[in-house]
Design a protein around this ligand. Structure first.
Ligand SMILES: [Zn+2]
Length: 331
């Protein structure tokens, strides 16, 4: 079996570079893999791509076994495909699509530009034009893990190297890290969207008790359309996983990590984790790049509940609590 030491330096460098760029990957999101012989090295769940080359974030799975899990064998976690069963880490929940895609190097990002396009019907149409010649496969939203892998498998396209995942992100694949980096760079150039004019000037008042202003969020809070959109729902999985559904209006008993104070800003709990801060920045980065005539589609309440592993009743109660918080704020 190959060892982690045999992972190509340029693969580790690309992984670290993507992990350190919040326009590509936020917090523990995103993952990369490299197939060497019969092994596939994949980022372990909960580790940071930014640490590639510095910490042992990659673990090996049996390439053939993982591929079999991608198409229905086993439980899809790839725990049984680990080559070193004494490794306490779990393979990324997205391991099966890395195994399904038959290129040696596979990179999955939550690129801000790809999210801006992938959450809007207008954006997905625009992406097909902007990515002409790169033959992107557009994949409908599915829960990360086996459901997403199945959605990718249902759209086989010979030689495909690029997938735009609706309400989720991007996958790029190729023979080696250099060719994947080159494709990713081309995609980012074509999908680049300018940030809307930032409304600076007037400083907001003090942040609500126990919270700090998310830097740069005051313009969004003064934009009625973006205030509506940010409260209307969640647009991609990691937002739900780390910040909970949507972004609620601030209320006296609001426990949400991130809350909207209309006219002032997004207020982040002072005890927010690094991952929550990264996701707060991500929603700001996405929504402040949304063209005025694009209307994002939120994940369904069912999608949100599945991401939180909540049963329907617990979720219904949480939604009701959220609505009563909003009603209080409205009084
Ligand atoms: Zn993902």
């Amino acid at each position: 079996m190959s060892s982690a030491a045999s992972l190509p330096q340029d693969f580790l460098a690309l992984s670290a570079r993507l992990g350190q760029d919040p326009q590509q990957v936020q917090g523990p999101g995103g993952n990369t893999s490299c197939k060497l012989g019969t092994a596939m090295w994949i980022k372990a769940s909960g580790t940071l791509l930014a640490d590639a080359g510095q910490k042992p974030i990659f673990m090996a799975v049996d390439r053939a076994l993982a591929r079999a899990e991608a198409v229905g064998a086993g439980d899809g976690t790839c725990m049984a495909s680990r080559l070193d069963a004494s490794n306490a880490l779990r393979p990324s929940i997205e391991t099966t699509f890395h195994a399904l895609i038959d290129w040696p190097v596979v990179v999955h990002t939550h690129s801000i530009a790809a999210l801006v396009h992938g959450i809007c019907p207008e954006g997905r149409l625009a992406a097909q034009t902007r990515l002409a010649g790169l033959d992107p496969v557009i994949v409908p939203y599915a829960k990360p893990g086996l459901p997403l892998t199945s959605a990718i498998a249902a759209r086989p396209q010979a030689g495909a190297r690029l997938w735009l995942l609706q309400n989720h992100g991007l996958i790029c694949a190729g023979d080696d890290a250099a060719s994947v980096a080159s494709l990713l760079g081309e995609v980012e150039r074509r999908l680049a969207v300018p940030r809307l004019d930032d409304i600076t000037g007037e400083q907001p008042g003090a942040a609500p008790e126990g919270r700090v202003w998310l830097p740069g969020s005051h313009g969004l809070a003064r934009d009625a359309r973006l205030c509506r959109i940010i409260q209307a729902g969640s647009y991609y999985p990691d937002h739900v996983v780390f910040l909970g559904p949507a972004v609620p209006l601030i209320a006296p008993d609001c426990a949400a990590p991130l809350a909207l104070v209309p006219g002032q800003g997004l207020a982040l709990r002072s005890d927010a984790t690094a991952a929550q801060r990264a996701m707060a920045q991500a929603i700001l980065d996405v929504l402040t790049r949304l063209p005025g005539d694009w209307e994002p589609e939120a994940l369904s309440p069912q999608d949100e509940a599945e991401l939180l592993d909540w049963d329907a009743e617990k979720y219904r109660q949480a939604l009701a609590a959220r609505q009563s918080g909003a009603a209080q704020q409205g009084r």
